[in-house]
Design a protein around this ligand. Structure first.
Ligand code: ZN
Length: 166
């Protein structure tokens, strides 16, 4: 009897833990809480994005390190949101962080919003597009001057426009 009580108690706690995490505002492992200027249904996003982009932008996924061709992108230009095309980062603030993800030390004014991410047992600052809420990556405090910030961004969440084509 005692063992059964213990088991029940554990599963109830697990259920509570998961439920609590999923409903706490701002810490969801899904797309950031709105309202946003651009809000589409899941079906509309799936139509607009590739499955890999959907996973990153709408499901808070992370691409594997060193898989994005944008890691090696060194031309002048602007990195736009792959979800809504908002200009997010100027190539002038891109640098090689040697992490395997495109990294920037400063977003364009008003382009990026932040939320607390408590997934995977860590407390991180999640960053997303201010216009569509699409998940971009995370920001850390180990970046270069003048900001000291490292915006660690998924290449799949970005669309690069070289300056000469703009
Ligand atoms: Zn966007």
């Amino acid at each position: 009897m005692k063992r059964r009580t213990l088991l029940l108690g554990t599963s109830a706690l697990v259920a509570l833990g998961i439920g609590g995490l999923a409903t706490r505002p701002g810490s969801s492992a899904r797309a950031a809480a709105g309202p946003f200027e651009i809000e589409l249904t899941e079906a509309e996003w799936r139509e607009r994005l590739s499955p890999e982009q959907f996973y990153i932008l709408r499901e808070h996924g992370t691409e594997r390190a060193y898989t994005s061709p944008l890691n090696d992108e060194k031309r002048a230009g602007i990195f736009h949101c792959a979800g809504c095309d908002l200009a997010l980062f100027d190539a002038a603030v891109k640098y090689d962080s040697r992490t395997g993800w495109p990294s920037f030390w400063e977003p364009m004014v008003g382009a990026i919003r932040e939320s607390e991410d408590r997934s995977f047992g860590m407390v991180r600052t999640e960053v997303h597009c201010a216009r569509c809420g699409g998940h971009q990556g995370h920001v850390f405090n180990d970046g270069p001057q003048p900001t000291g910030l490292r915006y660690c961004i998924n290449g799949l969440a970005l669309q690069f426009r070289p300056a000469e084509a703009a």
